[in-house]
Design a protein around this ligand. Structure first.
Ligand code: ADP
Length: 263
């Protein structure tokens, strides 16, 4: 895929992009009943970096993305995004800080009754207050970026899973988030559709300044795009480092066991 279609996205941000630390979780604890899923977790992500969370199923990775998306609330601790508190914070502030974050889910979650174009323009018009024309112009640029210009007027059910997921990526980017959260975005796809979606994400990682926080089981993808890989086990980061270190010279037995099971 060509990368020369990105200029409108990465060269004309409407607000200046931050540098330095963009996301900080401090002493975050999340329990479901008496099951402690995250136990006083600390970690931070710098602006523009691509961080991948790996680890066994149930280790708390998705819970972190859902906390950042404010779909869940921590029981303890603080979450800060771009220097502003996301938790604990008053509702109005939460709504503002939340605009800095976009998420793509495993199950696409497109609006089934809207066209592809409308799926992408809906939130920029209703939440950001963009004019319909401006939102459509941006949507068309993004659809070009994800390789779907021919599908603008279709409905989600007329698209393959891979195409739907690429619409979901364009929809998240249409809000110009500073952070893109990716939650196992290829797990629900037929195997032959996975590569197309990962190629689009590789392209976005390479050609834009967006910060990415990914949960994935696609280790080659993680190796390609990550600045840092965090290995989770039972709600804790047991090992962190650049991909070449984590994948080639893991220090922790649990990391070695996990990688030998998935690679
Ligand atoms: P991962 O993404 O690493 O597979 P999750 O963050 O999805 O792990 O889940 C961590 C643990 O929290 C799992 O044991 C899961 O069953 C539990 N869990 C997640 N969401 C809920 C929920 N809404 N209610 C109860 N338990 C949950």
């Amino acid at each position: 895929m060509s990368t020369d279609t990105h200029a409108p996205f990465d060269k004309k941000p409407e607000s200046p992009r931050s540098t330095g630390e963009l996301i900080r979780l401090e002493q975050v604890t999340k329990r479901f009943g008496n099951h402690t899923v995250l136990d006083h977790l600390d970690f931070s992500v710098d602006a523009g970096k691509h961080v991948t969370l790996i680890g066994p199923s149930g280790s708390g990775k998705t819970t972190i993305l859902r906390l950042l998306m404010t779909l869940l609330k921590p029981d303890e601790g603080t979450i800060t995004v771009d220097g502003e508190r996301l938790f604990p914070a008053p509702e109005k502030q939460v709504r503002e800080v939340r605009k800095k974050i976009g998420m793509v889910f495993q199950q696409f979650n497109l609006f089934p009754n809207m066209t592809v174009l409308r799926n992408i323009t809906e939130a920029p018009v209703t939440v950001l207050g963009l004019s319909k024309d401006a939102a459509e112009e941006r949507a068309r640029e993004l659809l070009e970026m994800v390789g779907l210009t021919d599908h603008v007027d279709k409905h989600p059910a007329q698209l393959s899973g891979g195409q739907q997921q690429r619409v979901a990526i364009a929809r998240a980017l249409a809000m110009r988030p500073q952070v893109l959260l990716l939650d196992e975005v290829t797990s629900a796809l037929d195997p032959e559709l996975v590569a197309g979606v990962l190629d689009v994400l590789r392209d976005i990682a390479r050609s834009t300044d967006i910060t990415m926080l990914c949960v994935t089981h696609e280790m080659n993808f993680a190796r390609d795009i990550s600045d840092q890989v965090l290995m989770f086990d039972s709600g804790r980061v047991i090992e962190a480092g650049p991909p070449e270190k984590i994948f080639s010279e893991p220090e922790h037995d649990r990391t070695r066991e996990f990688l030998s099971a998935v690679l």
